[in-house]
Design a binder for this molecule. Structure first.
Ligand SMILES: [Fe+2]
Ligand SMILES: [Fe+2]
Length: 178
């Protein structure tokens, strides 16, 4: 099991003891009603939005720790990177779905500022630009690249989990063996 996959798995069984300080950084934010409410929204098929942001935030946090980057900023921004309170599948289909990919980073940034008024400019940009390369707006910090790439990594695994029975069984076995 490589470090990235191990951290990804750990995100599914995070406790204050095994989180390498993650909850010390994002605890109040993570356990806020707003962030916890994301559990009600489907993100990638069988994976809900709270599970998704937990994986992205924890993975980004650990990668930044290893690289000596600002892990706290990455964890905070990633915790709020998909902070929007609707299901993007609702409403008109087709066009709406496509635009969502472009618009939701800005909605999330506005919601993040409301929930966490001390959000720094750097954290705001990490959120606004996390959909690169779809949005063509390049992250402007190394932490931003880490969050953006972690987002893709987690989304890919979440989709495979939902679509492949074989992968799902292996993932569950991996979790149990940790
Ligand atoms: Fe997103
Ligand atoms: Fe995301």
């Amino acid at each position: 099991m490589n470090d990235i996959y191990r951290d990804y798995c750990t995100a599914y069984k995070l406790t204050p003891e095994n989180s390498h300080g993650f909850f010390d950084v994002v605890g109040p934010l993570y356990f806020s009603d707003e962030v916890q409410s994301l559990e009600q929204y489907e993100q990638h098929l069988e994976i809900n939005r709270l599970q998704h942001i937990t994986s992205v935030a924890y993975l980004s946090y650990r990668i930044c720790q290893r690289l000596g980057l600002d892990a706290d900023a990455a964890a905070r921004a990633a915790t709020m990177h998909d902070l929007f309170y609707y299901d993007w599948r609702d409403g008109e289909t087709g066009r709406w779905h496509k635009l969502h990919g472009y618009k939701h980073p800005n909605y999330a940034a506005l919601n993040a500022k409301e929930l966490y008024p001390s959000l720094t400019k750097k954290e705001e940009f990490i959120i606004r630009r996390h959909m690169w390369p779809l949005t063509l707006r390049l992250p402007n910090s190394r932490e931003g690249f880490v969050v953006s790439l972690s987002d893709k990594y987690c989304a890919t695994r979440e989709l495979i989990f939902s679509l492949s029975k074989k992968y799902k069984e292996k993932f569950k076995r991996d979790l149990e063996s940790m």
